[in-house]
Design a protein around this ligand. Sequence first.
Ligand SMILES: NC(=O)c1ccc[n+]([C@@H]2O[C@H](COP(=O)([O-])OP(=O)(O)OC[C@H]3O[C@@H](n4cnc5c(N)ncnc54)[C@H](OP(=O)(O)O)[C@@H]3O)[C@@H](O)[C@H]2O)c1
Length: 327
Amino acid sequence: MKVISYEKFGSATEVLKVQEIELQKPRQEEVVVKLKYSGVNPSDAKARAGNRPGVTRPEYSLVVPNSDGSGVIEEVGSNLDKSLIGKRVWLRNGQWKRPFGTAAEYITIAVENIVEMPSKMTFQEGATMGIPGLTAAHGIFGTGEVIGKTLLISGGGGAVGHLAIQLAKWGGAKVIATGSKSSAEPILNFGADYFFDYSSDKLVSQINEVVPDGVDRVIEVEFGLNLNWIHNVLKPNGTIAVFGSAKEMNPIIPFGPYLFKAIKIDIFLIYILPVKERKIAINYLHSAYEQKALKPKIDSIFKLEDCDKAHDRTLTKGRKGAVLLEI
Ligand SMILES: NC(=O)c1ccc[n+]([C@@H]2O[C@H](COP(=O)([O-])OP(=O)(O)OC[C@H]3O[C@@H](n4cnc5c(N)ncnc54)[C@H](OP(=O)(O)O)[C@@H]3O)[C@@H](O)[C@H]2O)c1
């Protein structure tokens, strides 16, 4: 089968190569999925570039990148029911602690990483459910229902952020979202009640003005850049659900203000979200989708051979939604 692969860390154009490799037979609890789309995320590009903390070389001699995807089950392992064959699925963790991800014509993967898609979900949409979808759902609902709550979604125009806004509104929350100036219109169209420019020096007073009692939960994409002010808009005992801090990976927390509001910092990594929470997140995603409250936005679709361009696109400022490879 045709795959995109790399053997060493480096820039996308330098290290990603088109290659033929043999498709692995499924083990007892594995399925073979014929892929329709590969979902490409910043995490895939950072892993290929060698930017994961403490990792100096690829864990495998050959890596097929990208963890998300969608397709149709074509073969199942001996412990699995043959009725799975033909099911339309999205999948997660394709290239997490294993070498062969979704930048490929097929993937052989444990059945626990496969999720049957709602009947109306398209393959493009399915390929956005793994990293962006689960992150948004856990970010919003990680401490339970949000009806009547006030949430601050940082970076509401992003691949994760725009799904988070839609889920929060569907869940009955009041939503304040931040973004750069150019993302005001899409953020309000995704359903946010208020938009504020994250670079404004009046941000705290603007948020305090519309929610004088503070917000219950912040869903934070750039923790290191924002931690010096978010405690000023949080209620006592509020939570910051942190999923990103790419621009400042060594944040220094102002402990006093955090302590005296007893702020909870809930850092999570979607690859290792415990099964119970993952099932809850999937349920929220599918329910919102089936009720037409969730519409993933696709920024761009590349050919498999242009995986390098897709990787670079995930790290380009101003992208609006998911980046996919059409297989
Ligand atoms: N922990 C996890 O499991 C997990 C899961 C998913 C993603 N992530 C990480 O989360 C980050 C975002 O992923 P993504 O796919 O959503 O990327 P994305 O589509 O590029 O979104 C990033 C968003 O952050 C916004 N932003 C930039 N600076 C900001 C600031 N100072 N304050 C608030 N928002 C700011 C951007 O807004 P503008 O474009 O308007 O400037 C953009 O909307 C990446 O670092 C990714 O690796 C982590």
